[in-house]
Design a protein around this ligand. Sequence first.
Ligand code: MRU
Length: 356
Amino acid sequence: MRIQGKEYRTIWYEEKKVKIIDQTKLPHQLVIKDLKSVKDAINAIKIMEVRGAPLIGGTAAYGIVLAIQENSNKEFIYKSAEALIQTRPTAINLKWSVDRMIKKLSGVDDNEIFEVALNEAKEICNEDEKFCANIGIFGLKIIEDIYNKKKNTVNILTHCNAGWLATINWGTATSPIYHAKKKGIPIHVWVDETRPRNQGANLTSYELNEEDIPNTIIADNTGGILMQRGEVDMCIVGTDRTLSNGDVCNKIGTYLKALAAHDNNIPFYVALPSSTIDWEIKDAKKIPIEERNSKELSNIDGVNSKGEIENVLIYPKKSKSMNLAFDITPAKYVTKLITEKGICDASSDGLRGLFK
Ligand code: MRU
């Protein structure tokens, strides 16, 4: 998608380096950063220079490429793979992608291993881009149906950033929105700010602005009253891990939006590529929920009068704070799942019907 009129993907390989858009600097500065080693890739995922389930999967795949570039010794590759998986616990795409890389490399000769790894990392990213485009084509139908009934601007609420910046391109939740825009359907997006890291305000609003899609940032607690007032036609969010029974783990606050949508009879959609489905864990309580540094709550980044990014304390110095990064929305509150293979019920039958 576009930034300042130029087409970008979120990650690519060039001259022995992996290039990323440093998302900790957005929306104030556009910084393209080089990852030169597996350590750089690990750090970029940990400190969220790259984030979003599909993109951390893609970065981990390129992390393996960087590891091989440094040292093609098998032990080093396996240790690097383990370290990449440990960077963030909740998004299943990370493990999915590292496991796929390791499987692809097993039995490959030393003289070929780098080329095979690079091709597989590229394939993982190309596939994600294709899957997200498909999600957009399927999701477009839902937006079109609302527009055909309403004959007026479709108001869509989204949480966090499940946009192209969270994937390789298109996004999951935003892909239907971008496809609707291309079709000329008038859209307006309510963007949940998404405290504490403000991925909605900093990233979703930014990327929608760059694609000329009208949007309004709202505080995380505002969605409920907008739904009561009839100002939301549908909600659409992404996910970091969806269980085979349709339970959805996503950015903290998603559950509360789903409850409000349910109470107001507003459809609540979850968009995901199949790399986000966890076919193993059966009980949502067993999903590892990331708890991040509480400084992400007590301190906030902003831009000062000199245009520099500054981090300031906003809480009382003595107060304790707690920063759970994800929550779980039970399948019963999810209207449908939108995947690269089509739309299905958030249930075992629904998912198994699409992914045999
Ligand atoms: O902590 P983040 O910013 O990595 O969380 C991202 C989300 O929760 C997204 O909604 C999710 O990864 C879906 S990405 C298309």
